[in-house]
Design a protein around this ligand. Structure first.
Ligand code: BDR
Ligand code: CA
Length: 315
């Protein structure tokens, strides 16, 4: 039976790649999408999620989340994802309308109505999930785990130590990491190894569908903002790192990844380190593990999973 999944996202170019994979794969039953302010404003991420669902011919509820991080001012990532949030992609006014339910109500009801435990895939800041746990802690017992793209044990992409999704809303991340719900953390440690090369892009281009062409154009747009990452493989800026895709790929094929159970705490105050995930790889704190922190991926199988999904999506 397919795994019931809810995707909480802030599309975002790599977020829509993650949505594509989730829509296509039979292992997952995507029951709800909730949108986050993050890569762009709530208006834009909601528009993008609904427009992309239309493009993929999916009938799915898309519920609007919080307008801002819990306690901070939103700093969007237009320099990476463009002014609309989806780079080169132009979407028509979506046929899919925003749900009448708020993200928090839709999350609560969808999780509690499901006879099986739900997997929450989170590819944006954790604002909605943090607020959900504050308002409705009873849902926690019904969540199998949270597959979260965010954080980093070593090296950030906003500050020297903080990754974008945690940096954007550290207080929400703190609530979620202290919630007791199992977390699989796809931080930069693994997502920087989940990259595509020029040759991988050519394999997608060869599919030849209009959708494949749009995917390539978006990925090239996104690739322009790639940073050099001296402690990650490969050490160059000319590859495209598919961060958010890891969180969905893990839910489908966990065997592609390797990780370690660790205690992780979120720095919410640090003078230099606000938004850092402090990953206790060496068990200095002697605190029980609250996350499975991924560090490696079978890159070729991962890229194949995505390429096959683009082919299967047709379009
Ligand atoms: C994360 O930040 C966003 O820009 C991406 O969509 C991804 O979720 C990577 O740090
Ligand atoms: Ca994202």
């Amino acid at each position: 039976m397919a795994i019931p999944v809810i995707i909480d996202c802030d599309p975002g170019i790599d977020d829509v790649m993650a949505l594509l994979l989730a829509f296509v794969r039979p292992e997952l039953d995507v029951r709800l999408i909730t949108t986050e302010a993050g890569n762009q404003t709530q208006d834009k991420t909601s528009f993008n999620a609904r427009g992309f669902a239309d493009l993929m011919k999916q009938k799915i509820e898309v519920a609007r989340g919080l307008e801002q991080p819990l306690m901070r001012t939103l700093e969007v990532a237009g320099h990476v994802h463009g002014d609309t949030g989806l780079g080169s992609l132009t979407l028509d006014e979506p046929v899919t309308k925003e749900s009448r339910r708020s993200a928090i109500d839709a999350l609560r009801e969808t999780i509690l109505e499901s006879p099986e435990e739900t997997v929450l895939v989170a590819t944006g800041p954790l604002t909605n999930i943090g607020a959900l746990f504050l308002a409705h802690p009873e849902v926690k017992a019904h969540i199998r785990y949270i597959s979260f793209m965010g954080g980093a044990a070593v090296g950030g992409n906003v500050t020297p130590t903080a990754e974008f999704n945690v940096y954007t809303d550290p207080e929400a991340a703190d609530l979620v990491f202290r919630s007791g719900v199992p977390i699989v953390m796809s931080g930069l440690d693994v997502t920087h190894k989940a990259y595509m090369t020029e040759q991988d892009l050519q394999a997608i281009e060869a599919i030849g569908t209009p959708l494949a062409r749009e995917i390539i154009a978006m990925l090239k747009f996104y690739g322009k903002a790639a940073q050099q990452t001296p402690f990650h493989e490969p050490h160059f800026a000319d590859v495209i790192r598919l961060h958010d895709l890891c969180a969905v790929a893990y839910a489908i094929k966990p065997e592609l990844f390797a990780g370690m159970d660790c205690h992780v705490e979120i720095e919410t105050e640090g003078r230099l380190t606000s938004g850092t995930t402090v990953v206790d790889y060496t068990n200095r704190t002697k605190k029980p593990a609250n996350a499975h922190v991924l560090h490696s991926v079978d890159r070729e199988a991962f890229v194949r999973l995505f390429t096959d999904a683009v082919r299967e999506a047709g379009g």
